[in-house]
Ligand binder design. Structure first.
Ligand code: SAM
Length: 354
């Protein structure tokens, strides 16, 4: 109820409302639930061929009217194609998984990402629910993600995200390096399940490589390397990156989303520098806190849990400065727009030839 003295906002009919970005948050949450539900119920594999809500309801034993409404939402999200079946009323539509989504959402595809999508959604929601408590009580324990959870992640979401994005980005970054013809050696530091290393070895048939990670995760990588038939050129090594000898003479070290977990980053960068052969490159891909607000909006939500665990997200450019201080030359920064979940900055640096 308003009284005479209260004012009423007069929105501009032709513009979106200033509250639109906040209203969108609730709508986004429904979209996320729609995707989560479709993945949980295995709807996308049923939608590899065209289906109406009625035929899909019959084979899935789901409610037709509810399914119709869900399919419309999935179509509006660009996940399904929708075609009108007949020119009659009420009109019927056939739905089918959109061609651009088949590689990510068909469970039979080697690039299937359904588990990682669901995992990220659920873990972000769990974290979000703890926010008030975290603000009252202070940071979460830094070791909330212990060795076993990294090994588990390596078998599911990290494997899928490496297949969807990280491995391809690493291959492209390595191809751009100069003076690296012939047989070379690479290290994937904190490489998780090893899909990046597998892709690098497949792209560079003369190269040999090592995936270094904590022992339980390195075991997961070792199995993947064996399945890929690459055990003669790539091996997995278990250890603690800050303590265990890393070997030496590497021509390329790839290191993505790992340095956040180091207690002493300058010391770790010095170790990586020492592990390189003269003329070798470190390629370090990590999210940074950008100065640009819109870019920050894409990055900060994903890294809020990490920061609340007391881990560091460097300000834009800080990693490059630390690399320079560690002795790296030819520093170059590239924004990786298609890094999993949020953009990251790839900083490359060279151990200059003696
Ligand atoms: C966010 S994941 C990144 C995995 C991979 N580099 C990628 O970009 O997909 C971080 C990785 O660092 C590894 N890691 C964390 N602390 C480590 C340590 N002290 N020694 C070795 N590896 C560690 C984890 O086991 C995990 O595989």
């Amino acid at each position: 109820m308003t009284n005479e003295n209260e004012t009423v906002a007069m929105p501009d009919m032709t513009q979106t409302h200033p509250l639109d970005p906040l209203w969108s948050l609730s709508l986004m949450s429904v979209r996320a639930d729609a995707l989560d539900t479709a993945l949980e119920l295995g709807l996308f594999s049923q939608l590899l061929r065209p289906q109406t809500a009625a035929t899909l309801a019959e084979c899935t034993q789901l409610d037709e009217a509810a399914l119709q409404a869900l399919l419309d939402v999935l179509w509006s999200m660009g996940l399904l194609l929708r075609r009108r079946c007949h020119s009659r009323v009420p009109c019927r539509y056939g739905f089918e998984l959109a061609g651009s989504m088949i590689r990510w959402l068909n469970p039979e595809s080697p690039e299937y990402c359904g588990d990682s999508l669901r995992f990220r959604l659920h873990s972000m929601r769990r974290f979000g629910a703890q926010l008030p408590q975290l603000l009252r009580q202070g940071s979460m324990a830094p070791e909330a993600a212990g060795q076993s959870s990294w090994a588990q992640a390596a078998q599911s979401q990290i494997w899928q995200e490496q297949g969807a994005a990280t491995a391809g980005l690493a291959v492209q970054a390595v191809r751009q390096l100069k003076e690296l013809d012939g047989p070379r050696r690479f290290l994937d530091m904190g490489g998780g399940p090893g899909r990046v290393a597998i892709a690098l070895a497949q792209d560079q048939p003369l190269w040999q490589g090592v995936v270094f990670d904590q022992p339980e995760t390195a075991a997961v990588a070792g199995q993947a390397i064996a399945r890929a038939g690459l055990s003669d050129r790539v091996r997995a090594q278990g250890g603690d990156m800050e303590q265990t000898p890393l070997g030496g003479g590497y021509d390329v070290i790839w290191c993505s989303s790992v340095l956040h977990f180091c207690a002493d980053v300058p010391k770790m960068l010095a170790r990586l520098y020492e592990a390189l052969a003269p003329g070798g490159y470190l390629l370090a891909a990590h999210a940074e806190l950008p100065d640009d607000r819109e870019l920050a909006a894409r990055i900060l939500p994903y890294y809020l849990p990490l920061r609340m665990r007391g881990r560091t997200l460097w300000r834009q450019g800080e990693l490059a400065v630390m690399m320079r201080q560690a002795g790296f030359g030819r520093l170059h920064e590239t924004m990786l727009e298609s890094y999993p979940l949020a953009p990251a900055c790839l900083v490359s640096g060279r151990r200059e030839a003696a």
